[in-house]
Write a protein that binds this ligand. Structure first.
Ligand code: UFG
Length: 347
């Protein structure tokens, strides 16, 4: 990494910066000396998260509550904030919901990205790091998955990510002033070490770790394990969980490595854990038994997802090294300190 934080304080626009990954990345960037401007419509993020970012970093992070399709608001932000690069997290992300509401997913995810790119073009800002997902690999033929593996979507959410990746490639090819990184996240979990910033899903959590944490803290009676008949060592699904703070550092590395063109990077650890391993490890770190029952497979789930993170290791000089135990310890720290998430937050 270049270490340029000592000399230059650039301003970075963080879309979706009040959400889970965006807020942790805003903290990491701010700690490196970047000035942060957050734009978030708060449809799935919390204004409390912005306050926590300010407190943790002791900086006056700028916050604009706006929808990215509001071109007037975007123009005002770009005209007044002196932005030099964008980290684009904003978007809808629930797989099941996307199957039920495809029009909404395409409208929001594609529409907001198009609006953002057009505003960037108008204001001569041409550096962007995009939140993509390992979901672009669909059901992988082999694991670990490298960036050259075939892509394919199995639901509208994943397809919206793939289409945006294609759009960014086309834009980069049209004009070599554009610099894009596509970051394909595996399974982000964990929380800030303070326990004051973490994942706070609206409604019933779709993802395993937030669900397990809510069971451990007593908000839900038991975890449902979606199938024990996969071709994996214990029959349950295996995923490449990555600590959200490692993921945040990956964005910093990507931002500092941006160059003309459009490059994809896997952000994962390369190590897998099964559903039962996650449940057992959570019982250990929390000191609470996490009850579970086995139910049918969840439609669309795959047996194993594992990153080959070599490209990011080599080209970004980045590596995710926090262990599963640290991830679950930090998730538990957040969940036990704030059982209802940001809703009942007292600092
Ligand atoms: N699981 C359960 N019970 C639950 C929730 C999940 O057993 O209540 C299992 C799943 O079957 C899977 C594993 O736990 O084996 C992980 O499931 P998650 O929902 O936490 O994560 P996914 O890998 O299914 O989904 C993640 C992201 C998606 C993304 C997808 C593919 O949340 O946004 O990876 O990259 F599309």
């Amino acid at each position: 990494m270049s270490g340029r934080w000592f000399t230059v304080k650039e301003t970075v626009l963080v879309t979706g910066g009040a959400g889970y990954i965006g807020s942790h990345t805003a903290v990491a960037l701010s700690e490196r000396g970047y000035r942060i401007v957050i734009v978030d419509d708060l449809s799935n993020g919390s204004p409390v998260a912005v306050d926590v970012i300010r407190r943790l970093t002791d900086t006056d992070v700028a916050f604009h509550e706006a929808d990215l399709t509001d071109t007037g608001a975007l123009d005002r932000i770009f005209a007044t904030e002196g932005i030099s690069a964008v980290l684009h997290f904003a978007g809808l992300k629930a797989v099941g919901e996307s199957v039920a509401l495809p029009l909404r997913y395409y409208q929001v995810n594609l529409g907001s990205t198009m609006s953002l790119l057009e505003a960037m073009d108008r204001h001569d800002v041409r550096q962007l790091v995009f939140s993509s997902s390992a979901t672009v690999y669909g059901d992988p033929e082999t694991v670990p998955i490298s960036e050259t593996a075939p892509t394919g979507a199995t639901n509208p959410y994943g397809r919206s990510k793939l289409i945006i990746e294609d759009i960014l490639r086309d834009v980069a090819a049209s004009d070599d002033r554009w610099q894009f990184c596509l970051l394909r996240y595996f399974n982000p979990v964990g929380a800030h070490a303070s326990g004051d910033l973490g994942e706070d899903p609206a409604g019933i959590p779709n993802n395993l770790v937030p669900f397990v944490m809510q069971v451990a803290v007593g908000r839900r009676p038991e975890v449902q394990v979606f199938g024990t008949d996969y071709d994996t060592p214990d029959g349950t699904g295996v995923r490449d969980y990555i600590h959200v703070v490692d993921l945040a550092d990956g964005h910093l590395a990507a931002l500092e490595a941006l160059e003309p063109g459009c490059e994809a990077f896997n952000l994962g650890t390369g190590t897998g854990a099964s559903v039962l391993e996650v449940i057992d490890a959570t019982s250990l770190v929390s000191g609470r038994e996490v009850p579970y029952t086995v139910v049918e497979r969840r439609p669309g789930d795959i047996a194993v997802s594992l990153a080959d993170p070599t490209r990011a290791n080599d080209r970004l000089g980045w590596r995710a090294d926090r262990s599963l135990e640290t991830m679950l310890h930090d998730s538990w720290n957040w969940q036990s300190k704030h059982p209802m998430g940001f809703e009942d937050y007292e600092d």
